[in-house]
Design a binder for this molecule. Structure first.
Ligand SMILES: Cc1cc2nc3c(=O)[nH]c(=O)nc-3n(C[C@H](O)[C@H](O)[C@H](O)COP(=O)(O)OP(=O)(O)OC[C@H]3O[C@@H](n4cnc5c(N)ncnc54)[C@H](O)[C@@H]3O)c2cc1C
Length: 485
């Protein structure tokens, strides 16, 4: 017989239950946190299974929809402590950079992931890659466009289009979304089920929910990492990724705003503990008030994220400002210029072949102590060689990290070696799944027109989809097995 104590949050339970289920709920309530155990036995019919998803971000919502699409009888509940899809809302400058439409080759795509580039070369993007994501949204009524640099946005240029599509699809499929609640701990019962502790964010309220499957899609939040460790996983320490460099050179301020379409930048880091590999990137660079930014720097920050953290963001940056010109050619352009314009002031003319801007030429001369009204004729060939070397290998001291726009990306999370990327299932705890930024994956490219392109959200769509597919299939198989008994 059903026994519902009056104070029990019937609405909550009815949302996540199903008329044919057997439930055992435990409820803490009131400020005194009085403990009450409630056992519900709603039917004698065989029990359907429950999936609880932690986090209503891109990975969680997409994964929940997929699981429910495959296994309509599976109870799918998404618990979200804040607003659903809040990062999707601000991603791509509020337009939602859904994916990259130019990266069709999975190996090249995986190469854009500082963390995950080896592992993602396998079947991950074959199972659900950029074109599949684009098709999914098109099939669900979202018109997309691909910009020249490959970034894909909804034609509305508004991330709400993506959010509305996901929320309405989740609703249509019967996914239950509970907001304002946080999953604070999880354990497993001897029968292999998950006992999930959920607290309300605003009031003193605790409930325990039992689930057959758990998908942790909690982004980079520490709470999500804690849940993973409670179930036996390790966490690669989160460190910032995607930031600008602060440079110790007060004369750089004069160059603030100057852009270099193509430089080769090599980062050498200082640490006493171990020898750190050098990181090199080629691409556009921008001078800011405090140092350097632009795709080449952001890529260095992403690829060197962990080494930079180990060296407390101290090191040297060697910049080749004319990467396409051999040093011998740089020297001969300078010598030819001297011979041709001997009577001109050094400050006011320089070889056009070097493609420099005037402000930067002045900066180079100041570093060679060539100030005043010197004429080209008075510059020794040794000094010209020194200028050529500086243009090819200019050294800057990195003294710290800055911030890139409002974006804060972290490297770290559950190691990929602890899950199976074909299913997103944990290799430590069966029926436990991970998707999205909770994993130690992050991706970035940059190079076209100073645009930086992330591939992080793509990992969330792909991982969510694969996890949802695996869970849906397992639930169907369990149902069939039960029906056969
Ligand atoms: C400003 C900005 C711009 C960006 N632009 C781009 C871009 O252009 N392209 C791109 O590819 N990526 C971009 N990203 C990154 C991209 O938005 C994220 O990588 C992606 O949204 C991650 O999805 P996720 O589902 O893994 O995590 P999230 O979106 O972080 O979702 C996790 C959810 O879990 C919830 N949660 C966490 N712990 C708990 C708990 N214990 N209980 C309940 N709920 C919990 C959180 O509140 C959150 O809503 C951008 C990010 C930012 C911040």
């Amino acid at each position: 017989m059903n026994t519902f104590p009056r104070f029990l949050h019937i609405e909550t339970l009815s949302k996540i239950s199903n008329p044919y289920r057997n439930y055992a709920y435990f409820l803490f309530s009131n400020h005194k946190r009085r403990y009450t155990a409630v056992s519900l036995s709603l039917s004698t019919k065989s029990a359907e299974e429950t999936l609880v998803v932690v986090g209503a971000g891109a990975a969680g919502v997409y994964g929940a929809i997929r699981a429910k699409t495959i296994a309509p009888d599976l109870n799918v509940v998404v618990i979200e402590k804040g607003k659903p899809l809040s990062k999707v809302k601000i991603s791509g400058g509020g337009r939602c950079n859904v994916t990259n439409g130019h990266c069709v080759d999975n190996v090249i795509l995986a190469g854009n992931y500082p963390r995950g580039n080896k592992e993602l070369r396998g079947s991950f993007f074959n199972m659900h890659g950029p074109t599949d994501t684009m098709s999914w949204f098109s099939d669900h009524g979202v018109e997309l466009k691909t910009e020249i640099d490959g970034r894909v946005f909804p034609i509305s240029d508004n991330s709400s289009t993506i959010i509305d599509c996901l929320i309405s699809e989740a609703k249509k499929r019967g996914v239950v979304l509970q907001t304002g609640k946080v999953v604070t701990s999880v354990s497993t019962s001897p029968g292999g089920k998950f006992s999930i502790k959920i607290e309300k964010c605003t009031i003193d309220y605790v409930e325990y929910v039992e689930a057959d499957y758990l998908m942790i899609a909690s982004g980079s939040s520490e709470q999500g990492h804690k849940l993973a460790t409670q179930l036996g996983h390790s966490i690669v320490k989160p460190v910032p990724s995607l930031f600008t460099f602060k440079i110790a050179d007060f004369q750089l301020v004069e160059l603030s705003g100057v852009t270099f379409p193509k430089v080769r930048a090599k980062l050498k880091l200082e640490t006493v503990q171990k020898s750190i590999p050098e990181h090199t990137q080629v691409g556009p660079m921008l001078v800011t008030h405090w140092g350097f930014s632009g795709p080449v720097i952001l890529r260095l920050s992403a690829w060197g994220a962990r080494d930079l953290s180990d060296s407390v963001y101290k090191g040297s940056l060697l910049v080749d400002f004319v990467p396409d010109i051999h040093i011998e050619d740089v020297k001969s352009y300078l010598i030819q210029h001297k011979n041709k314009f001997a009577k001109q002031r050094v400050i006011s003319s320089f070889p056009s072949e070097l493609g420099l801007v005037k402000r930067f030429w002045r900066y180079i001369l100041e570093h060679e102590d060539l100030v005043g009204d010197l004429l080209w004729a008075s510059i020794s060939n040794n000094l010209l060689i020194s200028i050529a070397s500086r243009l090819k290998n200019c050294s800057f001291r990195v003294k710290g990290k800055g911030q890139f726009k409002d974006e804060f990306v972290t490297a770290g999370g559950v190691p990929l070696s602890e899950i199976s990327l074909n299913t997103m299932q944990s290799q430590i705890q069966s029926r436990l799944f991970f998707a999205g930024e909770v994993l130690n994956i992050d991706g970035i490219t940059g190079g076209f027109n100073f645009q930086v392109m992330y591939h992080i959200i793509l990992n969330a769509w792909s991982g969510g989809y694969i996890a949802g597919t695996s869970i849906g299939n397992m639930a169907i198989a369990a149902n069939l097995k039960e029906a056969a008994v």
